[in-house]
Design a binder for this molecule. Structure first.
Ligand code: BES
Ligand code: ZN
Ligand code: ZN
Length: 498
């Protein structure tokens, strides 16, 4: 889908549908909606008077123009109550509109920038949200499905703004929204892809494509190189799989110096069977998305390179399958991470923390000044927060606040969980420096507590996205299947730091 901004009068625009809006309670439409109403000889006002249009949130009314306007359809989108309307609502509305209008006969849609100038909403932020919402709402994963006869696609959405200076500012803002949404959709594509179609080797190939497109540095460590580096924790997970493991590094240099201002480390389990501690069959197919962290950091790097903040960012994605092969790691085995820390593997299904441990060590070795890791780490985070928010755990409140702000700006809810020292006890082992699971609850925190010693004093935030990585239905910017949560939060963080 193309997203464009043009300077002009929406009532004179020749798209297959033009979209205007109405707040709840407004009886005499003004602005662009008023202009369209006039051109329709007061049809919108009449429908309001009749009670057919009420401006309720989610209300979408199509009026056929039969030659009165260049466009054959006018769509009036209800905005709800003005006091509840914000940039998140703009993004969600734009996404819902694209889904609602997707039908044979509609290829081009023109819209005004919902919310711009209303109640203090920044016009640029609204334009960005309209663009983001349109592309995120338009997303579907249809790669492996035969085309149905009436599979409709909207090819172009044009944001029409009457003020020339405003239109110019909105063009840049919308372009940013497109970049953010395209990165999110790339992460969705990778997470939705079945594990037989996207192996660790496949992720490395995608990372190479991203590197080529955005001129990023790329390095992919193979098994023998990882052995030399002592990445025994990561490699212990890969032992049961026939697929070669890959440790992927992408680097963006927008700042000074050799090190990195920010490292993004993403869990890349292309399929998590649980290993020898094998998972039950029910819903195991969802574990094709256990590489969402890796997908998210790779996708975010492309957008960061496109938006050019002034800092150095490195992304690290340890990628492997977690399989119960003949050579697989067994419960009770002791392995050693790159920093020498020994780990007793109690449960081979707690593999995410094992691959992240070496990813975090490598980020430190590369000179990361701050680290964010993102992972579908624990089922327990779903028990705590459901699919409404993801968990954050940190060793640095100020750094965590910056990520929280980035997530909030992306329309993503987050919630911090405590990292009290009492939880350190939970992962003490009799035979090694630590063990990879606890036994006394607090599963999500235990995951973070396991990771904490691998980052040392470096400011760090752990994002556990296991509750939000796959969604059961479309809702605003969220699409059914892989959601793309965390991608725009990380991009926003990098932009705020650079
Ligand atoms: N990939 C899973 C976590 C997960 C569960 C993600 C459900 C998405 C949906 C992870 O590797 C795992 O299996 N974690 C275990 C940890 C336990 C053994 C300590 C879990 O959550 O049960
Ligand atoms: Zn697991
Ligand atoms: Zn896993």
């Amino acid at each position: 889908m193309n997203f464009e901004v043009s300077n002009g009068d929406i009532s004179k625009t020749a798209a297959d549908a033009i979209v205007v809006n109405l707040f709840e309670g407004v009886t005499a439409p003004g602005g662009a909606t008023g202009a369209v109403d006039k051109a329709l000889d007061g049809a919108i006002s009449k429908l309001i008077a009749q009670g057919d249009i009420r401006g309720k949130s989610g209300e979408i009314t199509t009026i056929h123009t039969f030659g009165k306007l260049k466009s054959p359809r006018v769509v009036v989108a209800g905005l709800g109550k003005q006091k509840d309307f914000d940039v998140d609502a703009v993004r969600n509305l734009s996404a819902n509109l694209v889904r609602a209008l997707r039908r044979p006969g509609i290829k081009t849609v023109a819209t005004i920038a919902h919310g711009a100038g209303i109640g203090g909403l920044e016009p640029e932020a609204c334009a960005q949200a309209v663009a983001e919402g349109a592309l995120l709402g338009n997303y579907r994963f249809l790669k492996h499905k035969k085309a149905e006869e009436d599979r409709a696609e909207i090819t172009t959405v044009t944001l029409v703004e009457h003020d020339p200076a405003q239109a110019k500012a909105m063009t840049a803002a919308a372009a940013k929204g497109v970049t953010m949404a395209e990165a999110t959709n790339l992460a969705r594509d990778l997470a939705n892809e079945p594990s037989n179609h996207l192996t660790p080797t496949g992720i490395a190939a995608i990372a190479a494509e991203v590197a080529r497109k955005y001129k990023l540095e790329i390095e992919v460590l193979e098994r023998d190189e990882m052995e030399k580096k002592g990445m025994g924790s990561f490699l212990s997970v890969a032992r049961g799989s026939a697929q070669p493991p890959k440790m992927i590094r992408l680097a963006y240099k927008g700042g000074k110096g050799k090190g990195y201002d920010l490292a993004l480390v993403g869990k890349g389990i292309t399929f998590d069977t649980g290993g020898i501690s094998i998972k039950p069959a029910a819903n195991m197919e969802a574990m094709k998305a256990d590489m969402t962290g890796a997908a998210s950091v790779i996708a975010a790097m492309g957008a960061i390179a496109a938006l050019k903040p002034k800092l150095n960012v490195v992304a690290i994605a340890p990628c492997t399958e977690n399989m119960p092969g003949g050579n697989a790691t067994k419960p009770g085995d002791v392995v050693s991470a790159m920093n020498g820390r020994t780990i007793e593997v109690i449960n081979t299904d707690a593999e995410g923390r094992l691959v992240l441990a070496d990813g975090l060590c490598w980020a430190k070795e590369l000179g990361a000044a701050a680290i964010v890791d993102v992972a579908t780490l624990t089922g327990a985070v779903t028990t705590a927060l459901g699919d409404v928010a993801y968990g954050l755990m940190t060793n640095n409140d100020a750094f965590c606040s910056r990520l929280e702000a980035g997530a909030a700006a992306a329309g993503e809810k987050t919630w911090r969980l405590p990292m009290w020292k009492e939880y350190d006890e939970f992962i003490k082992s009799d035979v090694a420096d630590c063990k990879n699971t606890g036994t006394r609850g607090a599963g999500t925190i235990v995951g973070a507590k396991f990771l904490e010693p691998f980052v040392g004093d470096t400011p760090w935030v752990h994002m556990d996205i296991a509750g939000v990585d796959i969604m059961s239905g479309d809702k605003g910017w969220i699409s059914k299947g892989a959601s793309g949560y965390s991608v725009r939060a990380m991009i926003n963080l990098a932009l705020a730091m650079g």
